[in-house]
Design a protein around this ligand. Structure first.
Ligand SMILES: NC(=O)c1ccc[n+]([C@@H]2O[C@H](COP(=O)([O-])OP(=O)(O)OC[C@H]3O[C@@H](n4cnc5c(N)ncnc54)[C@H](OP(=O)(O)O)[C@@H]3O)[C@@H](O)[C@H]2O)c1
Length: 312
């Protein structure tokens, strides 16, 4: 049985640093069938997709021109010949950007208890938790800095840092007003402010999603023995800055600063711990697959707070 499905395909690669517009995407229609088919109901659009649109592969394969995009989605099984998946089950998988997904060969299909619970599976909260807990090793009494404070990762960082014992949590954003209600003690304009002036006492731990030229300034704030979790490189991915940055190694060695890249997948044992916290992740809902590419463009321009979830 084949299902008539609308889907979003990539019209052209757009190099990092060039503006992304809806013209880079095409909404098409084709029949979908296979041993397991899911009717997607929700999908996430994320900043990481910008890199895939540029044609650069990172940890994930780049999007191909003419092909349907992919990304996190939650939906209901509508056809299955597998004993472990019944029609009516709700699952999370990686074939978003389409109404119907043939997920038979997808490497990881996770059960979701209900449609209502779907939102909790499409945010970046697990990444934030792993970053603060395992990579930045936030400790009781710490002052913590989070860059990209209003984004999907940053929007849930303040309550997590406090649960880990942080005494003070500050952030940076291109539009600090967006992060006003996310639990930060203060949020500074990443373009306008000299961090050493507004945080003269320094910080113990950093969750960095931005990288770029200003990483040197961020790292310069870290107190002796402090930890920097390298989560993302928005200044490169979205802003078009070089991916490489210059850091003063003598300074880092002298202050015993740790810089640690990570992904949530490195720490599967923290997944259950994160779920048990039951923290609500801020998110914005956008209606309709036809609005998904616009939502991604707006997300990259800083138009939303928290994760961005599209109703498919
Ligand atoms: N390591 C991992 O496992 C992992 C997992 C998930 C995500 N990530 C990475 O973490 C980063 C944040 O992801 P996210 O989903 O939370 O994204 P996001 O912050 O929700 O969305 C993108 C944000 O980029 C900011 N931005 C736009 N232009 C910028 C520029 N030139 N320089 C700096 N920021 C700019 C905008 O906020 P402003 O208002 O601040 O400009 C916008 O809100 C990304 O690099 C992503 O790839 C890593």
């Amino acid at each position: 049985m084949a299902f008539d499905s609308r889907e979003v395909r990539l019209a052209s690669h757009v190099p990092t640093g060039l503006p992304l517009t809806s013209a880079s995407f095409r909404l098409t229609r084709s029949p979908v069938g296979g041993p397991v088919v899911v009717r997607n109901r929700w999908m996430a659009v994320t900043a990481a997709m910008r890199t895939l649109i540029s044609g650069s592969a990172g940890p994930m394969p780049a999007y191909q021109v003419g092909e349907v995009l992919y990304g996190p989605a939650v939906g209901e099984v509508v056809a299955s010949s597998r004993p472990d998946l019944a029609v009516g089950d709700w699952v999370r998988h990686g074939l978003g950007w389409r109404e119907y997904a043939a997920v038979g060969a997808w490497r990881r299909i996770e059960p979701v208890s209900s449609a209502d619970e779907a939102m909790g599976h499409l945010g970046q909260g697990l990444t934030t938790y792993v970053g603060l807990r395992a990579a930045a090793e936030v400790r009781p009494g710490d002052t913590v800095l989070v860059t990209g404070a209003a984004g999907a990762v940053g929007s849930v960082a303040a309550p997590i840092a406090r649960l880990l014992g942080a005494a003070r949590v500050v952030g940076t954003s291109g539009s600090p007003g967006r992060a006003a209600h996310l639990g930060y003690d203060a949020v500074y304009d990443r373009r306008a402010v000299a961090l050493a002036e507004v945080v003269p006492e320094g910080v113990d731990a950093v969750l960095d999603t931005v990288g770029g030229r200003r990483l040197r300034e961020v790292v310069g704030l870290v107190r002796p023995g402090g930890r920097v979790a390298l989560c993302g490189a928005l200044a490169h991915q979205v802003g078009g800055e070089p991916a490489g940055v210059e850091l003063d190694l003598m300074e880092l060695i002298g202050r015993r600063v740790t810089l640690r890249g990570f992904t949530a997948a490195d720490h599967p044992q923290l997944r259950e711990e994160w779920r048990e916290l039951g923290l609500r992740e801020p998110y914005t809902v956008v209606d309709g697959l036809d609005g998904a590419s616009r939502a991604l463009v707006d997300l990259l321009a800083g138009g939303f707070v928290g994760a961005v979830i599209v109703g498919v």
